[in-house]
Write a protein of this length. Structure first.
Length: 445
């Protein structure tokens, strides 16, 4: 039970492959650039390379949205989401630079100067093949990038942001064709054109398989329905989901699904919720705090409601473990994946410790279950709540070392709000826990 075989993340090889692809794009540009002697050539060739790199990154943006298991379950959904956001920002910047530089270069060729860029853009859209579609796609990319800005995204309902974000697929499709019809590099290099088709074709196949066909297959096979809704504490409910052979879905403790409940007003909403118990052959459970319209509506679900799920996703599993002793840290409703791991992580008596942070003892959801698991497994269970005067408990490097003198020899799994996670991470690092043994996954994506 205590044999430890940590799964190595493929993040580093993947990043090396990404940079190798970017280097190949640069080589293609350089190989087909005869001269950049004059100012106009410099501007046009700068437009070419920004366009080529933008086209390459667009394929990566879509790949990062494809829910490929090697990324979602090995690298981690939150890390892939950060990659996607960063790649999207670079893509939009490169697209806008490509548009500006190319139109500026064309304007100079026509004797219009810098002030003629707008007219040159209009002429190019009207005259060049596939430029109309590219213009629409560029507009969609800018719109998606704008609503993804942090402060604006927080003002927009999650479902609105999510569905607008799906227009990325349309934007990439619309901008793809002008790359081949107007791109000189693909006209003079048939092999490059074939590779470009292969890149976009492979990414499209992954999206179709993992975003469409795999969820259809999963839900037709397991036929999930709501069995019951149980109130755990005020504002927190558990939803029991029945189905066929659910243990064969490949889900592990610590993972999550994207859930869609086919009830009135919820059919078009899909949200990520973690499993709060290990998968059973005929039962899954999620435990959710009411913090929005979707999560608040879960308490009113009727037994028998059909459930559509996508997943499992997430890398916060036993495969991350590299040490015999483990500390689990949960903040608020972040207890859900920690409770599942507390139940299932292999370990001898005394190997596992769970620290549960909440505002009050009434907010300690699933506490009776945690106590029973602790007693059965010989694990340690601690909680940290505010004092009657509202004073926050001390979770510092010193307090952690007092509770666990050998904490620097532990693996740590944690889940909770971003501010809480940052506070605990700093305390753990101060207590001597190496960063590679602190495992955290955020589901705000």
């Amino acid at each position: 039970m205590r044999r430890i075989r940590p799964r190595r993340s493929p993040a580093v090889p993947l990043l090396i492959a990404v940079w190798a692809g970017a280097a190949a794009v640069l080589w293609l540009w350089w190989n087909n650039t005869p001269s950049i002697a004059d100012n106009n050539s410099r501007i046009l060739n700068a437009g070419r390379i920004t366009g080529l790199l933008a086209g390459y990154l667009m394929a990566l943006v879509v790949l990062q949205m494809a829910r490929v298991p090697a990324l979602e379950r090995r690298v981690g959904s939150d890390r892939v989401a950060r990659w996607h956001a960063m790649t999207g920002r670079y893509t939009i910047c490169l697209v806008l630079a490509h548009l500006f530089l190319t139109m500026w270069g064309y304007a100079l060729q026509s004797g219009k100067g810098l002030g003629g860029i707008v007219q040159q853009t209009v002429d190019s859209v009207n005259q060049l093949p596939d430029m109309g579609k590219a213009a629409i796609g560029t507009g969609l990319l800018v719109l998606i990038g704008f609503i993804s800005v942090g402060w604006l995204r927080r003002l927009i309902p999650y479902d609105t942001w999510y569905h607008v974000h799906l227009l990325t697929y349309a934007a990439v499709f619309l901008t793809f064709w002008h790359q081949l019809s107007t791109g000189n590099d693909f006209a003079v290099e048939p092999v490059a054109k074939t590779v470009w088709y292969g890149l976009y074709g492979s990414v499209t196949a992954l999206v179709v398989w993992y975003r469409i066909l795999s969820p259809i297959r999963l839900n037709l096979k397991h036929r999930m329905r709501v069995q019951a809704v149980i109130e755990e504490t005020p504002g927190i409910v558990s939803v029991l989901i029945s189905g066929r052979k659910l243990h064969r879905m490949g889900a592990e403790a610590g993972q999550f699904f994207r859930w869609r409940f086919l009830a009135p007003g919820m059919r078009f909403s899909s949200h990520p919720y973690s499993l709060s118990a290990a998968p059973r052959p005929n039962m899954l459970r999620i435990t959710v705090k009411a913090i929005g319209d979707h999560s608040s509506a879960l308490r009113d679900l009727e037994p028998g409601t059909r459930v559509w799920a996508e997943g499992p996703y997430g890398a916060l599993t036993a495969g991350k473990r590299s040490r015999g002793k483990v500390l689990l840290v949960a903040g608020g409703v972040g207890i859900t994946p920690m409770r599942a791991l507390f139940e299932t992580l292999p370990g001898a008596s005394g190997d596992l410790t769970l620290l549960y942070r909440a505002n009050t003892t009434q907010d300690l959801a699933l506490w009776d279950e945690l106590a029973a698991i602790s007693k059965q497994r010989g694990a340690r269970l601690m909680y940290a709540v505010n004092s009657p005067e509202g004073e926050r408990p001390d979770i510092s490097a010193e307090s952690l070392r007092r509770k666990l003198p050998d904490i620097d020899h532990h693996d740590v799994f944690m889940c909770g709000p971003p501010g809480f996670a940052q506070e605990v991470y700093a305390a753990l690092r101060g207590a001597g826990v190496p960063a590679r043994r602190i495992h955290h996954e955020s589901f705000e994506m």
